[in-house]
Design a protein around this ligand. Sequence first.
Ligand code: 5GP
Ligand code: ZN
Length: 115
Amino acid sequence: MSGRGRSWRRGSSLPDDCLFCKLYREGDHVNATEGFVAIRDINPRAPVHLLVIPQRHVETFKDISAFSSHEAKAMLDFIAETAAHEGLSSYRVAVNCGPDAGQTVYHLHWHILGA
Ligand code: 5GP
Ligand code: ZN
C-alpha cells in the first residue's frame, strides 16, 4: 500500500488498477465536468443507462463523507445535469452499496436509468 489515500482497504484495488479510475481517465464520456464524468453502462438495464463516476476513488457510498459538501453538491448537480443533457424527463438514480446490494465495481458510481 503506497499510502496515497485513506479510503483504500486491505485487499481492495488500488486506483491504478481500478476500472472506473481508468474509465475516468480514458473512457468514452457522454458528459464531463471538473471532477466527474458520465459513461454508458456496458450492460444497459434500461433504454438509457448511464454511470456517473467521480474522479475521487471512494469505494462505496458508505464513504460519502470523503467528499466535501461542495463536492457532494457538485456530484448531485452533475447527475441531474447529465440526465437533462441526455434528454431524460423521467429516470431513476441508484447506488448499489455493498455486495449484497449488487455492487460489483468498488469505485463509487451512480446509475441513471431512463427511457
Ligand atoms: P454496480 O454493479 O457496481 O452497481 O455497477 C457496475 C456497473 O458497471 C454495471 O452496471 C456494469 O454493467 C458496468 N460495467 C462493468 N464494466 C464496465 C466497463 O468496462 N465499461 C462500462 N461502460 N461499464 C461497465
Ligand atoms: Zn477508482
